[in-house]
Write a protein that binds this ligand. Sequence first.
Ligand SMILES: Cc1ncc(C[n+]2csc(CCOP(=O)(O)OP(=O)(O)O)c2C)c(N)n1
Length: 330
Amino acid sequence: MTGLADSASQTPALAPLSLDQALALYRRMVLIRRFEDTVQVLFQRGEVPGTTHLYSGQEAVATGVASILEPRDRVAGTYRGHGHALSLGVDPQALLDEMLGRASGLCGGRAGSMNVIDLAHGLMGCYGIVGGSIGAATGAALALKRSGGVAVAYFGEGATNQGYFHECLNFAKVHNLPALYVCENNLYGEFTPMEDVTAGRIVARAQTLELPAETIDGNDLWAVRAAAAAAVARARDGGGPQFIEALTYRFVGHSRSDPGAYRKPGELDAWRQRDPLKLTRAGILERYETADEAQLDATDADVERQIEQMIAAGLAAPYPTPGPAAEFKA
Ligand SMILES: Cc1ncc(C[n+]2csc(CCOP(=O)(O)OP(=O)(O)O)c2C)c(N)n1
């Protein structure tokens, strides 16, 4: 599925994944889904302070992009950032402990759901300000230009209606920065349908600034990987900033207890037919002769066990001591 795909130039073919690699990516997607189901349950029990914004339904985007990145790259996520973090290999226990406000959390239990950071895994931060990730990644790209790294910004389609989206892409283009802008178009900004507030095609906004840009099926792990591989290769090669619009859908409300009553009738069910976990399972069975349902089921069960252990450990972990935070190791 492409927009004006002609503006995204051709790049070398992406080496196919081995079955083990494909299973590892599937596992990561299942981990993101189950992690978030768990966070939501714990939130409803009053164990998670603050609020939550879930990534459920969008797992193929971050997982596919992260599968292309290298340690020298940097990623700026959004408040919907659990998936962005886990896709990079951030320790799920430390992330859960952070949600629970425990001292063993990724940021000492003081950042909560929206503001996690883990530079050891390339995560520059998750930004509660809509589009904050765009400015952060643009700045990082300026620094990374010397080292060969690429900076990735994730943001929603709503963020593209803000001035700094255009300012940052313009700046990145003028300075030929190694940035990859990934718009996760999940059709709604909070409770507002995209078409009520957005003129024209989102991908065209990047194309106007002459960024290579394409629209892809964000629920298809292989489509995301192919687009990300091409875009990252171009950016690393001095081709300047790149843009991907990944069409996807969030299966849950915008945040906490939003039931998503504004959705059109049948819309959620239609998207659930294209659940990225289902599509990845089917994609693995189709692509690898030796793959079978039992392997995939075993992966699900294994993640389930991991989550159960994580919940027990997280709830038993101590809270931080009041007062100034311990030194933050970035
Ligand atoms: C600058 C700014 N304006 C408004 C908000 C309130 N807000 C939080 S999420 C959101 C919707 C953003 O929609 P989109 O960019 O499409 O991302 P999605 O939540 O769909 O992932 C809004 C308006 C904010 N956090 N920051």
